[in-house]
Design a protein around this ligand. Sequence first.
Ligand code: NAD
Length: 430
Amino acid sequence: MNARSDQSFPRGEELPGHSSTFGAMLQEFNIAARLLNLDPGIWKVLTSPKRQIIVSCPVQMDNGEIEVFTGYRIQYNITLGPAKGGIRYHPNVSLDEVTALAAWMTWKCAVANIPFGGGKGGVICDPTRMSRRELEALTRRYIAEIIDAIGPEKDVPAPDVNTNDQIMAWVMDTYSMHVGHTVTSIVTGKPLELGGSLGRREATGRGVMIAARESAKHLGFDLKGAKVAVQGFGNVGSVSAQLIAEQGARVVAVTDWKGGVYNEKGIDIEKLLAHTQQHRTVEGFSGGDPLPGDQIFGLDVEILIPAALENQITMANAPGVKARIVIEGANGPTTPDAHRHLHERGVFIVPDILANSSGVTTSYFEWVQDRYGYFWTEQEVNDRLERKMCEAFGDVLQTALKFKTDMRTAAYVVAINRVATVTRMRGMYA
Ligand code: NAD
């Protein structure tokens, strides 16, 4: 690979059509690209989205009027296989954001070492103000508009913010109606009854638990008895807390959108789950003391798991972090300056593209089972996930040690190296 000076990689904001989110992705990318001495030509290929599709989706609303929604589907890189990534319904969806998310999916799939490229979709809409019928009509029209670009070997969508297994069932049905036969492998995150995978719901939290266990092993301590704090008690946070407690760790604090709970002896996670199902929040749980949400990051714990939203650990709270390990269950929970600060203080941070990659790894298992037409037991899914996650963790850790760098940069090095190697092997067509 050719050497390349630091100055010669443009930052995101210098690229036409790209602002904040893609720029943030590019800054992380460039740190690893420099370490790898990435060839300038390959740099151009890996920082250019392969395909950006913009569609207009007319939908007849319940009041009889016609609305037109803008939808995007980005296939950022398909060197390793079909594009893979969720569909997001949100008023703030933008081309810049969807492109950055598709790039991150490319690196996440490459770190997980699964044969997928990276994609993402989004529709500018407010699903909280739409009826079920309107959501179904929008989903079917959006899929019809991008139908030529997607397929089990081209691009395989999945749920993301504000989309769920019912919406994936409509995606699958719309695609199947167009091609004239049932194609379950067009989308993942489906209900079990129509080709979903056992273990998918728990997969991301299971991967977070494995990352915590392997990190503790690396730092020379055992999960048994270790104190853990979890921000967010949704899919990722609750399953992480449950599985980490099963390993003998003490989950002493959990917070969510409304409040939190603290118990020095360890929270009974099953009881907290029952409380949350009833009250939609962990606040008010009788098995511990109330904990204000903003205190979660300063607690005296060994392991901290942000599993809620992006930009939660910032320079405002990072200096107070006492944990030895941070496992990023959420996407982008740590700001770049907070990450640098924590790393310099010796905190071991497992980055999102590795820590929560078990979700997409199990989506890959779902796609394999659909194509195979033969379904695995939950134990088989979990065993395969355990192997894949341990391999991915080991690859990133060895890379971090080899390059004397942090785990985030190492994860990018692993990912970029895999995609760059295959790009060079395949060569430039025509
Ligand atoms: P979820 O909606 O099930 O849960 C989100 C949790 O965060 C809820 O408990 C909510 O109360 C809490 N929360 C919201 N606002 C908060 C705030 N201001 N302070 C503290 N807590 C707050 O979502 P999820 O599926 O668990 O996803 C969580 C994160 O993990 C997201 O960043 C998501 O992109 C990422 N992720 C999820 C998966 C997956 O398989 N579900 C896979 C990869 C990444």
